[in-house]
Design a protein around this ligand. Structure first.
Ligand code: ATP
Ligand code: MG
Length: 225
């Protein structure tokens, strides 16, 4: 069987058979270039609000929506996610999308998770409001809808209007819940820019991630790196 992640590979099983209780597993996909407190607070607040047993962060290999810029090597993004998850026993990271070469599609990931976990584990796919805007164009969104519940989280700058919600309800089959999280106006793009400009991103990423970025010289201007 494929290994999804270290902590939660046997979720829902006891001695190799379904253990008779229902489990709720959150999945948070992203480029995580770098992972920041917006991602972590989002996962944590959704975990508590939806009574999830765990959340797995899955950094993309080559993201379908981000073919326009050079993404930091997968190993660095994966390592930063691992460092960020050390402090939360409910969090873990999976390299499953990174191991799968080529462009990443959510539907393939959810299928792989669905095949791995027993039927008593429900999947909750967590996504920010910005990704929600492109959801109607997601590859095989009908299939995605069958595989996981969707949790759409508010994000500053991307209003989830009633009209948008109606469009999603009409044009997709998602079982979607909307969740209002603390507004954290932080994005990885902003953090990359700030590092390049020599501004501090300390406290906007976990300390260990901050040290990693400094040591590896990530996001600096090309001549300084
Ligand atoms: P980039 O600027 O490079 O796109 P990002 O900050 O948007 O980076 P991603 O890796 O693209 O980060 O996002 C992963 C997931 O986290 C997406 O579902 C996104 O909507 C969500 N997310 C990212 N930042 C926030 C935030 N500050 N608040 C709520 N959700 C967020
Ligand atoms: Mg983004």
């Amino acid at each position: 069987m494929t290994r999804i992640c270290r902590r939660f590979d046997n979720l829902g099983l006891q001695d190799g058979v379904p253990d008779g209780r229902r489990w709720r597993l959150g999945i948070m996909g992203g480029t995580f270039d770098p992972i920041h407190v917006g991602h972590l607070a989002c996962a944590e607040q959704v975990r508590v609000a939806f009574d999830l047993d765990a959340v797995i962060f899955i950094p993309t290999g080559r993201p379908a929506f981000k073919q326009d810029r050079d993404v930091t090597p997968a190993e660095d993004r994966l390592r930063m996610c691992e460092l960020a998850c050390l402090e939360n026993l409910h969090f873990d990271v999976s390299s499953l999308e990174i191991r799968r070469h080529g462009i990443t599609y959510t539907v393939d990931t959810l299928r792989e998770l669905r095949e791995h976990y027993p039927p008593n584990v429900d999947l909750y796919f967590i996504t920010g409001a910005d990704a929600m805007h492109s959801i109607v164009q997601w590859r095989e969104s009908a299939a995605v809808a069958q595989l996981a519940h969707l949790v759409a989280v508010t994000r500053p700058g991307y209003p989830l209007t009633e009209e948008k919600k109606r469009e999603i309800a009409e044009r997709t089959e998602f079982d979607v819940s909307y969740f209002e999280m603390t507004a954290l106006s932080i994005s990885s793009s902003m953090l990359r820019e700030w590092v390049e400009q020599g501004r501090s991103i300390r406290y906007l990423v976990p300390n260990r991630v901050h040290s990693y970025i400094e040591t590896a010289g990530l996001y600096r201007k090309p001549q300084e790196a």
